[in-house]
Design a protein around this ligand. Sequence first.
Ligand code: GLC
Length: 737
Amino acid sequence: VKKAVLLATLLASASTCAFAQPAAPWMDRSKSADARAAAAVAAMTEDEKLTLVLGFTDPQELPKLPAGIIDPAILRDVEAHQVPGSAGYVPGVPRLGIPAQSQTDASIGVRVEGLPRTALPSSLATAASFDPKVTEAGGVMIAHEARLSGFNVFLAGGGNLAREPRNGRNFEYTGEDPLLTGVMTGGLINGIQSQHMVSTMKHYAVNDQETLRTSVDSKISNQGMRQSDLLAFEMILDRSSPGSAMCSYNLVNGFWACENDYLLNKVLKQDWGFKGYVMSDWGAVHSTIQAANSGLDQMTGYSCCDQTPFFGRLLKEAIATGQVSQKRLDDMATRILWPLFAKGVIDDPQKVGPIDFKADADVSQAAAEQSLVLLKNQGGLLPLKNVRSIAVIGGHADRGVMAGAGSSNVTPVGGNALENPPQYMTYIPSSPLKALKAVEPKAQVGFADGKDVAAAARLAAQSEVAVVFVTQWNGEGFDGKLELTDNQDALVAAVAKANPRTIVVVESGGAVLMPWLDQVTAVLEAFYPGARGGEAVADILTGKVNPSGHLPITFPASDAQLAHPIVGLGERDGTHAQIVYDEGAAIGYKWYDLKGYKPLFAFGHGLSYTDFALSGLRPAVENGTLTVSVTVKNTGKRAGAAVPQIYVAADRAAGWEAPKRLGGFEKVLLQPGESRTVHVTVDPRLLATWREAGDQWVIAPGTYHVLAGQASDALPLSADVALPGRVFSAVHPRRPD
Ligand code: GLC
């Protein structure tokens, strides 16, 4: 036997060394991703490079296209590799071992119609955790499910700022502040890419409303953009190096975002040193030559929403006539291949396999428990203690929790909890009613669906406490309203009248108005709480979990406080509707500060079942860098997580868009009596204004104010610092792999 084993071993090794081909240089893992991408492109034919720059939606559609539009070789590859129901597909180059790119949506989980997968809480919800470890863990989980579903590119990383509180897609994004978005969306992208997938950041840029989204022209000054929407994407890029940026549907200052030389070539690629590729949104391409020369690298999603495959034969012809250079095509192909090497997609290809849905739902529940925001808790009604009877009312709480609509919507494990839902409306089958009964088995828990307001009020009157669930349904393709619909305000008012010990749980895509706020005792903002949202709500209401979320967006007191009275209806100018963002970078809490408005609930607000005290605020300036330390203590009786927040404020002379800006934050878990000192370094761009001339950031010399607290409207500590003047370039050094 031994001889046989030895012989077999020798033969095996002989066969490898005798016939071993030198690995193609681009497969040499000791080389940098830059070098590997360059080597692969050098080995490619022109048609192979062109294969990389045109992506499709449903491969089934392609053979029906008029002959000659798509290269027959590509059709054969597409048909061979189709992933049913995927958002997008880009053929590979099998001859060189370059895999196809199979793309799936989005930041909340794997979205394939009818394919059950695990939904995280909405991105706005997890932004409320103010902890990038939460979004990173979420990214790891959904990427794990995506690879086991056959995908290697995640259309995730929503980074548009909540400039417009009624934007239907705010639930896919991470709030109104550039730093919070950079940290939280960056965490998600890091989690995804750690699993050897490419993630996008999207939708670049100023795609801040859904009204007329594929044709509206976002008008905003370059300085206003640089200090808000673009700063958010820049901070995402600084923290997570997404392999791709998805340009958006809208125009920005008169040019389509996917053929916008300023946004793509000047800002993203030259100033920020972005090494990945710009992919289009689905149907967002309007030309071949203009788009290619303005920085678009890949037209994706063809045939679902485009009339013409602008990056198919038309691009080949444009190269043949020299209107698009060969060098530009090489750059497009190199940019697409770079993340496939740099993020491990080629070296560790995805494999379809079984998914552990229980473990993944645990991740989603842990995220929700860190994210839900306790907005009001009068007299410490919460957490519920030994209540004998609870009335649960409305919000389909007997069935599940609401999810947002559109391309980020995940088909729930267990299917839609509603039998005949309105089109596109999804409830995830995680029932708060069932979860409450499980956590409080001794309590008598009754349910009223809320359609019959009088019946709901009667149940409330007969119960020790009443928990009313209200919902605001938001989604892609439409903007919402701040007011609750379907008579929900009247329902809450009637229940609160019947029983003052009323708690309202809000399942919303964003901010909502609360005309009944003074009549209710407690309010918990659950946003769209994900696969185990019911359990997370029940655990917080009953005190199993101490809430620690803080608002990533301001809740206005009325529409009158908004920068734009009517969402999305801008002026018409020529062929395009315009939305003129003359508030510039002064959005969210900055707008309220600038106008002196008092919102319903402020950015950064969030209560706990314990108490925290801040002390010892110490700013320091060294070589022009501002660092701040502050000590937070748990002065209550139970463990809890605090989010000390540092804001920087400047006098008018500094020329900022508003009085103050979020400069830093950190989430800290503290046992009763425990203290922790947190240290924050304030990014110099948050102390500066961007200047077009010279493409520079400028810090004006002078006295600045450092504020510390637990919400943007609760900053008890302050200290002044003198900052020297400073001018620094907006141009980043080229980024490493
Ligand atoms: C959609 C969305 C984008 C999504 C893409 C693919 O229209 O705007 O976020 O990734 O198409 O589904």
